[in-house]
Design a binder for this molecule. Structure first.
Ligand code: ATP
Ligand code: MG
Ligand code: FE
Length: 359
């Protein structure tokens, strides 16, 4: 069985083909980063238009990459939510049109469940068995959720962010400090050059659900730090660098970033990692979880990976490869495989659900 997955919930247009044996035959991702970077964040209206432009070539690209035609495809999986409604509609409408014309079954997938399946797909490829129940942390630009995944692959929400998502915190702090968008990759690369103890930052204490996350206090602390330092000069220099080189190298960033700022970046990253892993660690103690899955764009973070895999979580931790951590369609097709095998299909009235929840 071959499933073609389509993803367009945010700022990536993606298509991929996955078999029911967990083989990834093709994966194409068209990122809109260059469109949105000058605005310092995703502009929904622009995102929809870019999806419209990209969807045809991306889907054709996936078929070409796999050297397959429509006759080789058994079902279409598409992200139904959560996400930007205008963006979701592009992928959903395209998927429905293909299903109608080709007589293929349609499977609507929850994007967050997709992020979890990215890890399961990869584990399957390596022949690794992820032991359930597991904890799944999904941390991206739009989400920071902690789930318990049962043996029957049902989900229970244990905690979520009360304000910003972890990736959003990276993006906002990078903007404050005068780094480009998205902020996560740059700050992650620079963090090892700073002294994380060079600056004291608050770790949030949650009233109510102790497994919830919060990044607003940290963001405010970073804002205060920026206000207390004369950063105008270095920010202007970094902007000039980005004009010359849209994607500067680490060496180029280091040349325009004083040590105090590198220390602030390192301290920020350390606190984000603590914020995330402390909750996961606590959840490991409080549940019967036998493994931990960490996915979403923030799962690319080197500091997070190193700390999570240091043994502190007391059980095996699984991260997807970076190209499966950020938004992609392989995870959407993979999440649809069990649904296909159970014969659970959606009909063409399937709606885009901007606030779709999991569990
Ligand atoms: P959604 O939230 O709907 O999944 P998204 O486009 O925000 O959509 P992803 O593509 O999964 O999600 O992730 C992008 C986010 O991940 C951005 O906020 C980016 O800054 C963050 N990110 C990417 N790489 C890193 C990294 N190395 N360290 C920290 N954050 C990172
Ligand atoms: Mg994205
Ligand atoms: Fe995502």
């Amino acid at each position: 069985v071959r499933i073609l997955g389509i993803e367009s919930s945010c700022d990536e247009t993606a298509a991929a083909i996955v078999t029911s044996d967990g083989e990834l035959s093709a994966s194409v991702v068209a990122s809109q980063i260059d469109t949105h970077s000058k605005y310092g964040g995703v502009v929904p209206e622009l995102a929809s238009r870019e999806h419209l432009r990209a969807i045809g070539p991306v889907v054709r690209g996936a078929l070409e990459q796999a050297r397959l035609g429509w006759d080789d495809i058994d079902a279409i999986a598409v992200t139904a939510g959560p996400g930007l409604v205008g963006s979701l509609l592009v992928g959903l409408t395209y998927a429905k049109a293909v299903c109608l014309v080709r007589g293929l079954p349609l499977i609507g997938v929850n994007h967050i469940e997709g992020h979890i399946h990215a890890v399961l797909l990869e584990a399957r490829q390596c022949g690794a068995e992820i032991e359930l129940p597991a904890l799944a942390l999904v941390a991206s630009g739009g989400h920071t959720h902690l789930f318990e995944v049962s043996e029957r692959m049902t989900y229970r929400l244990l905690g979520k962010t009360r304000d910003d998502a972890a990736g959003e915190a990276y993006d906002k702090v990078a903007k404050l400090l005068g780094f480009g968008y998205p902020g996560g990759p740059v700050l992650d690369k620079l963090a090892p050059y700073g002294d994380a103890d060079g600056l004291a930052l608050p770790i949030s204490k949650m009233k109510g659900n102790a497994l919830d996350f919060s990044f607003s206090g940290l963001k405010t602390a970073m804002l205060r730090w920026v206000q207390a330092h004369d950063m105008e000069g270095e920010i202007v220099t970094r902007r000039a660098l980005m004009k010359l080189h849209p994607h500067p190298t680490v060496e180029q960033w280091l040349a325009v970033t004083p040590q105090t700022t590198l220390d602030a970046v390192a301290a920020f990253q350390r606190v984000v990692v603590e914020e995330l892993l402390r909750r996961v660690g606590r959840a490991v103690e409080e549940t019967a979880a036998r493994s931990v899955i960490i996915s979403g764009g923030v799962a690319c973070n080197a500091g997070l990976r190193a700390s999570a895999q240091s043994g502190r979580l007391m059980c095996p931790v699984y991260f997807p490869a970076p190209h499966l951590s950020t938004d992609n369609a392989a995870m959407i097709a993979a999440a649809a495989v069990p649904r296909f095998l159970r014969g659970e299909f959606d009909d063409l009235t399937l709606k885009a659900q901007a606030n779709l929840t999991l569990a």
